[in-house]
Design a binder for this molecule. Structure first.
Ligand SMILES: Cc1cc2nc3c(=O)[nH]c(=O)nc-3n(C[C@H](O)[C@H](O)[C@H](O)COP(=O)(O)O)c2cc1C
Length: 326
């Protein structure tokens, strides 16, 4: 059975976390299902619904599971502190920050006994997070779906482990099966945080068309781009771009970023409201290189169960084949 320090810290069975995917992609149903299956569910706390949505989601998750779960935030946005305060007031005791210096958030969380995670994309940011006093650092490689940096998980993860020791590190980006989990643990991670693998689950908040596109895609189909962020007029911190499945919108606008920046407000509003048939071709279908391993729509509980069983198999079987006696 997989067991690391993080299981004891969070009070969970397996060190497998779902990524707190914003915009409603990681709602209460997903977080609760992952927690019920023995992992740690994280609600993506940043959505257009603000505090009211978040309160309803936390209460729903609590109706669905008695196990620990947390909430994650897109922390460079101005409402991050307010949303974290709402989560803490609702009794959430695990919070995750990303895309910002976590310093402004740590004290308020620790004051009520909450555990703070911070997702980073560089070794410098990992050091900054550890100095700020976070309890767990998540090292996110560029293979990740959604917004991410430029360094791959394989070199980033052990460098972050070394830089922040003894703070435990969770690996994110490109992990979607037992082999990936085993590799992350070998590189020094004490847990894994998966987004793309959970996109095609019944509990994920994305549309059916989105899920089907992730299932049909492979890692070769993804692109790291700023085009979608420019289109909706939402800037991200320096060094952060979004990984999505290449589509008609990317084909049309690639290398024409400056032109896209001149879009009128009405045009942006019109773009934001595109849905239905046009969603997959025109909007951002955020997904990572691990799309290659997403081959069907299943329940989040099945995903957690398979991941844990496969990782245990790999960790048991591989040494026997690699360390064969002469
Ligand atoms: C659809 C989607 C939405 C995401 N939204 C967020 C978010 O709101 N906040 C965040 O910290 N990370 C977000 N991420 C990134 C994840 O936290 C995580 O780093 C990533 O999914 C890990 O890589 P993987 O997709 O290969 O599993 C998102 C990822 C995806 C695929």
């Amino acid at each position: 059975m997989l067991h690391t320090r993080l299981c004891d810290l969070f009070g969970i069975d397996y060190p497998v976390l779902n990524a707190p995917m914003g915009g409603g992609d990681a709602p209460a149903q997903l977080a609760a299902a992952v927690s019920e299956a023995g992992g740690l569910g994280l609600i993506g706390g940043t959505t257009m619904g603000g505090a009211e949505w978040l309160v309803a989601q936390i209460r729903l998750a609590r109706d669905l599971t008695d196990r620990p779960f947390g909430v994650g935030f897109i922390s460079h946005l101005p409402n991050a502190a307010e949303l974290m305060a709402v989560a803490l007031r609702e009794g959430v005791r695990i919070v995750a920050h990303s895309f910002a210096d976590p310093s402004p958030f740590v004290e308020a969380a620790h004051d009520v006994g909450a555990i703070v995670l911070c997702q980073v994309r560089t070794v410098d940011d990992a050091r900054r997070a550890a100095s700020a006093g976070v309890d767990v650092v998540t090292a996110q490689g560029t293979e990740a779906g959604g917004h991410t940096g430029l360094v791959s998980t394989f070199p980033l993860l052990p460098a972050v482990v070394d830089a922040v020791a003894p703070v435990p590190v969770v690996a994110a980006g490109g992990i979607a099966d037992g082999r990936g989990i085993a590799a992350a643990l070998m590189l020094g991670a004490e847990g894994v945080w998966l987004g793309t693998r959970f996109l095609a689950t019944h509990e994920c908040g994305t549309s059916d068309a989105y899920k089907e596109r992730v299932v049909s895609a492979t890692g070769d189909d993804t692109v790291l781009t700023d085009l979608f962020d420019i289109a909706v007029g939402m800037p991200w911190p320096e060094g952060v771009s979004g990984r999505a499945i290449r589509n008609r919108f990317v084909e049309r606008w690639e290398s024409r970023e400056d032109e896209l920046r001149t879009w009128a407000i009405e045009h942006r509003d019109q773009y934001r409201s595109l849905g239905g048939d046009t969603e997959v071709a025109e909007r951002a279908i955020w997904a990572g290189e691990a799309a290659s391993f997403v081959t069907g729509i299943e329940s989040a509980a099945d995903v957690v169960r398979d991941l844990v069983a496969d990782a245990a198999d790999v960790l048991t079987a591989r040494p026997a084949t690699v360390l064969r006696n002469p």
